[in-house]
Design a protein around this ligand. Structure first.
Ligand SMILES: [Zn+2]
Ligand SMILES: [Zn+2]
Length: 397
């Protein structure tokens, strides 16, 4: 003979939702197979408890059960079978999937189920505790950095506008801090919607429309935040940027994003780096390149010049006979390595300076210089050029 569901859970016929949930929670814990390995009796009890809860936790089913008994909630239930589990001998796997179903959805979405499978049984849950409210959103901000800051790393203090916890209600959204279990989903944060199609009945689990998946409804809304538990505010955040970052890199500051409505966990603050182009240097990985125009006589004879670096001016020797486009290296004055220590180098790209205007005197000097045999490309180069043009003529004629 099948036992009364109320009897199974040890509650009265007038028990409230919460009382039923509490009773179920206690019994499910007591008879859970994990705690009673190889105990057939416990397993049967566990099934029985789940079946009872499945019916009594559902308003509709409970009403039918109250009116018609076991017959009202499934054909097999009346004949001593296992209700929706398809008979007393149904395997535990089915129950577990139904059992998980009952609690998991809302919790995984961050909804406010007052307890969930993992929490009840203390087993490897991804969350350590029941979540409340709605999780806060991530906040993305752009942080512009000069090349000097990128080179050595920098600590920045940022003022950020974001959703902060309402101080008036401590983030609860309620003036008195009171809330009640949502009457529509009974705290689960989700509701089942059955739809009949030609292929059979489908059950969808959707966020509860009444409480928006939170499982709880606040009483006497906080006037400062209109019951949201969050307000727009401004905070200062310290960000430590390591050397060597580049545009598009980002730093994630956990929990520094928007606060969550009604006590929800805060989102993250994502700081996206943007490098401001430097007026003197261009960047190539961890090296910086500086272009320097040098006069023809200086390239030929060699000279000492002063060049800017990210660390201030430095003396650089241009050796004699330096060719245009030569890259002269200044070790260790580049960008700090993001991983590991040390810095890249600075390269000075040497260009020949060609004046656009000349005094009459300079022109005469250059004309004199031109007469000198050593100043023009060699006869060897001339010969190569000549034979090249002859070949080209042969081809195109
Ligand atoms: Zn408030
Ligand atoms: Zn609800």
């Amino acid at each position: 003979m099948k036992r009364e569901y109320y009897e199974v859970l040890g509650v009265s016929r007038t028990a409230t939702k919460d009382e039923i949930k509490k009773a179920y929670r206690k019994l499910a814990l007591q008879f859970h197979p994990d705690k009673n390995p190889d105990n057939k009796d416990a397993e049967e009890h566990f099934k029985e408890v789940n079946e009872a809860y499945e019916v009594l936790s559902n308003d509709d089913k409970r009403r039918r059960y109250d009116q018609f008994g076991h017959a009202g909630v499934g054909s097999s239930a009346a004949s001593g079978g296992g209700g929706q589990y398809g008979g007393g001998a149904s395997d535990l796997g089915d129950i577990f999937s139904a059992f998980n179903d009952m609690f998991s959805g809302g919790r995984q979405r961050g909804g406010g189920a007052p307890f969930g499978f993992e929490e009840v049984f203390g087993g490897g849950g991804r969350r350590g505790q029941a979540s409340v409210g709605i999780p806060g959103t991530d906040l993305k901000i752009k942080l512009k950095l000069t090349l000097e800051e990128v080179a050595k790393g920098v600590e920045k203090t940022l003022k950020i506008k974001k959703q902060v916890t309402c101080k008036e209600c401590n983030g609860s959204g309620s003036k008195s801090g009171a809330s009640e279990s949502c009457p529509t989903c009974h705290g689960a944060g989700e509701v089942r919607q059955a739809s009949k199609t030609m292929f059979g009945q489908f059950v969808n689990i959707v966020a509860c429309p009444k409480c928006g998946g939170e499982g709880r409804i606040i009483k006497d809304r906080c006037p400062a935040c209109y019951g949201e538990g969050i307000k727009l505010g401004e905070v200062t955040v310290k960000v430590t940027v390591p050397a060597g970052v580049e545009s598009g890199n980002y730093l994630t500051l956990r929990g520094q994003g928007n606060s969550g409505p009604r006590g929800g966990a805060p989102g993250d603050l994502i700081v996206v780096i943007e490098e401001i182009p430097h007026e003197l240097f261009s960047r190539n990985g961890n090296d910086v390149i500086y272009t320097l125009a040098v006069s023809f006589p200086d390239l030929v004879l060699g000279t000492k010049v002063e060049v800017p670096t990210l660390d201030g001016a430095i003396k650089l020797t241009i050796p004699p006979a330096t060719q245009p486009e030569t890259m002269l290296r200044i070790a260790g004055h580049g960008i700090g390595h993001l991983r590991g220590s040390g810095r890249g180098d600075q390269y000075v790209k040497v260009n020949v300076y060609v004046p656009k205007e000349l005094s009459h005197q300079d022109k005469e000097l250059l004309k004199d210089l031109k007469k000198s045999a050593g100043i023009s490309p060699t006869a060897h180069n001339d010969r190569n050029a000549k034979s090249f043009f002859e070949k080209a003529r042969d081809i195109f004629s």
